[in-house]
Design a protein around this ligand. Structure first.
Ligand SMILES: *Cc1c(COP(=O)(O)O)cnc(C)c1O
Length: 416
């Protein structure tokens, strides 16, 4: 469900014609829908309303402070993976008591920042990280609340680059080392064990891997309980998939039912870290056709958005539906939609059937709200696009387009 629909033969974001936004801010541009973001958050969060839980939106999926502030206003917390994300979350007014911190490579500076903010908990990914956080907490005279991120070794059956909970992945602590690590953690005076965590991957389209992971965590929790190590927070990570093409991922309510069934009386506060399922279908990337050209074997449509703006097709071979902002009756053509970047891997779609396109046509790349702008770069010295949040009949520029001056702002030519 999303609020990007055709009316009178033109694509709208909620009640605003996409063309109006493009006239004002140009292309390429990311457009998000407040109503869609709100709906997705409330459906997910609401699915767990009758049990103690905290929905910690995964900042890396889309890190704009306006979006964090919106989700915060709906009661959401956040899952962060860097000091920069903590800074954003605090800037957006997310209370520290709703912030969990994941990631395999937390630096001393980042740990100190998170300790000084007194966040809810660190999801610890290795024994050395546990030592580092323990030492920093001691130095700062405070206590760090922690969960161990356990690697349950289940196959989420998604793209290998977004699989995180298999033994071969760099994430988390092995199940058979977890108990010993917990015992060790409880002996550290500046560490307070409060939780257990896992995150098995992204864009999961089946429930079973989540249930399998929970089963393994439950066994661990029961053993910890027997050892007198109580677990207050069970953090099941994120990863619920969305429909890009013809996937049929479980609805959040189905997901919730499966999880609650498997909980089977286990009493603790559940934490979730959804990213894509909240923002993915709440955003589109609008781009303009610059040129078309044909070779004996291919038709190319060259657009003004490239892999620096949206890297998912190039990086994961990901599919994004592409549709004209103003549909036409022109005959269909099979084309590659490619960007201006000097890389053959720079494409938004390959072998896609679209009505014949001509220069200045506008295209909407759908489901671009997650891992779109947040993965954008300045490669080829391209300023990053503007971000717009539509709200009913109005819209807000939540990030202005970068300028060429922005590109060199931090650079310096030394006197030589
Ligand atoms: C990326 C990530 C998430 C969010 O994943 P989605 O697939 O976007 O829901 C949650 N938790 C952790 C630890 C992550 O790294």
């Amino acid at each position: 469900m999303h609020h990007f629909q055709y009316r009178h033969g033109r694509l709208y974001g909620e009640d605003v014609p996409v063309e109006t936004i493009v006239q004002d801010v140009g292309t390429p541009v990311y457009i998000y829908s407040r109503a869609t973001l709100t709906h997705h958050f409330q459906v997910f969060d609401g699915a767990f309303s009758h049990i103690p839980h905290l929905t910690c939106y995964s900042v890396k999926a889309n890190s704009n402070v306006a979006i964090l502030a919106l989700l915060g206003s709906l009661g959401g917390g956040v899952d962060i993976v860097s000091g920069g994300e903590l800074f954003r979350a605090r800037r957006a007014g997310i209370p520290p008591a709703k912030i969990v911190y994941s990631g395999v490579g937390k630096t001393r500076e980042e740990i100190d920042y998170a300790l000084s903010e007194d966040i809810l908990m660190f999801n610890i990914e290795s024994r050395q990280e546990l030592e580092a956080i323990s030492q920093r907490a001691q130095a700062l005279g405070c206590t760090a609340r922690i969960a161990l991120r356990v690697n349950p070794d289940v196959d989420p059956k998604s793209h290998p680059y977004i699989t995180t909970g298999m033994e071969k992945n760099k994430f988390g602590i092995r199940v058979d080392e977890a108990i010993e690590s917990y015992r060790h953690a409880t002996r550290l005076p500046h560490i307070k064990v409060v939780g257990i965590d896992c995150h098995i991957g992204s864009q999961l389209t089946e429930i079973q891997p989540f249930v399998d992971a929970l089963k393994r965590l439950r066994i661990l929790m029961e053993r910890l309980h027997a050892l007198g190590i109580p677990i207050h927070y069970l953090d099941l990570g994120g990863g619920l998939g969305i429909t890009y093409a013809d996937e049929a991922p479980p609805h959040p309510v189905e997901y919730a039912e499966a999880i609650l069934k498997e909980m089977n009386g286990l009493s603790c506060t559940l934490i979730f870290e959804p990213g894509r399922v909240i923002v993915g279908n709440a955003g589109i990337l609008v781009t303009r056709v610059l040129y078309t050209k044909s070779t004996p074997t291919k038709h190319f449509v060259i657009v003004d958005a490239g892999m620096n703006d949206l890297i998912r097709p190039s990086l994961y071979g990901a599919y994004h539906h592409i549709q004209p902002v103003v549909p036409s009756e022109r005959e269909q053509e099979t084309v590659d939609v490619v960007g201006p970047i000097c890389e053959s891997g720079d494409f938004l779609a390959r072998e896609r059937t679209l009505p014949r396109l001509v220069p200045r046509d506008l295209l909407a790349v759908m489901s671009a709200g997650a891992y779109g702008f947040s993965m954008a770069s300045n490669y080829n010295s391209r300023p990053r696009p503007a971000e717009i949040l539509v709200d009913g009949k109005t819209y807000h520029v939540i990030r202005r387009r970068e300028t060429w001056d922005d590109l060199v702002r931090l650079e310096n030519i030394p006197l030589m």
